[in-house]
Write a protein that binds this ligand. Structure first.
Ligand SMILES: [Zn+2]
Length: 323
């Protein structure tokens, strides 16, 4: 999801847990680390913290980098201690803006539950410790450091880059910053699309960038209702031993198998695994209803055995007893 202009600037902090102190930091890297540390050291929990403090600190970073005051705003409900930062790096306007999003509130962190101070960034044995190092003040620090650098270097993109550091993502706060901005200041964050730093984390293995996961959604679910129609054709008719019928049996139970992440056997693959015997024909019925034993007994009757091929060929049968 990242665009090249940002990707090239995702500096040392792109490994949120793994500190990279093997090499001397460049001035830009050092600033990014300082911003990261500054954010971690500010308590932004819903109970005792304040995102306004963090938003003001990040606003100062951007103003120091040359952003005009009119393009850097710390806003929120007047009676709240948790405000949001919205800033805009102005481009040529050829394209619609991109919104760069990260939340700066964090999950509760009781000192008694931690072996170290959760609000003091600690770098130890190549790792960073502190509340929000992963979720997602690392992302906020990357965005602030990157925009500050772009501004200082006079970079002018073909579209505005909007930065929103918001509150209330973790719950526990008095409101949700994104919802509030959409309801009250949509003009400030209106964009072609959003890049959310909270949506997936980069993975580095043995010092090499392995992959960058992208998360499409969170805290929602989607229900699929499948209606499966079995064409059946003539498989059973040509297979007196019933082998091909076993795939038909799979087709009948396929929707349930799907929920267990199972896949139906490929054509031919089922022949040795589940030959179409009287028992295999009865199995779907046993799973679907009770008392299972009754159906099993009926399916094993001599009459059912004689007509087993027809039984398995039948489109939606749950039992062989009708034959
Ligand atoms: Zn998060």
């Amino acid at each position: 999801m990242k665009r090249a202009c940002l990707l090239a600037l995702l500096i040392g902090l792109n490994a949120p847990l793994r500190a990279q102190m093997q090499r001397p930091l460049s001035p830009n890297d050092q600033r990014a680390r300082d911003i990261f540390e500054q954010l971690i050291n500010i308590n932004t929990t819903g109970s005792s913290g304040s995102t306004t403090v963090a938003a003001n600190a990040m606003a100062k970073r951007l103003l120091d980098a040359g952003f005009p005051a009119a393009d850097v705003q710390v806003i929120g409900p007047p009676d709240s201690k948790n405000h949001n930062l919205v800033a805009r790096l102005r481009g040529t306007g050829t394209q619609k803006p991109i919104l760069l999003l990260a939340h700066i509130d964090v999950v509760e962190a009781k000192r008694a539950d931690w072996s170290v101070d959760p609000f003091t960034l600690l770098e130890k044995d190549g790792f960073f410790y502190g509340r929000g190092t992963l979720d997602v003040k690392d992302g906020a620090a990357i965005l602030v450091a990157t925009l500050a650098r772009l501004k200082q270097e006079g970079y002018r993109p073909n579209r505005d880059l909007i930065l929103a550091l918001t509150t209330g993502e973790e719950g526990g706060s008095d409101y949700n910053g994104v919802e509030w901005l959409l309801a009250n200041h949509r003009d400030l964050i209106e964009a072609a699309y959003v890049i959310n730093m909270d949506a997936g984390d980069p993975v580095i293995l043995n010092g090499k960038r392995a992959f960058r996961s992208v998360q499409a959604a969170e805290k929602v679910y989607v229900t699929f209702k499948l209606e499966v129609h079995n064409p059946m054709r003539s498989r059973g008719r040509r297979s007196p031993n019933g082998r091909k019928c076993s795939r038909d049996r799979w087709r009948r139970i396929w929707p349930r198998s799907l929920s267990r992440r199972r896949t139906p056997p490929r054509s031919g693959g089922s022949r040795t695994r589940a030959p179409c015997t009287t028992r295999s024909c009865a199995r779907p019925a046993l799973r679907r209803s009770s008392p299972a034993g009754t159906r099993k007994t009926r399916c094993r009757s001599p009459q059912a055995r004689r007509s087993i091929v027809a039984c398995c060929r039948e489109r939606r049968r749950t039992t062989c007893s009708a034959h």
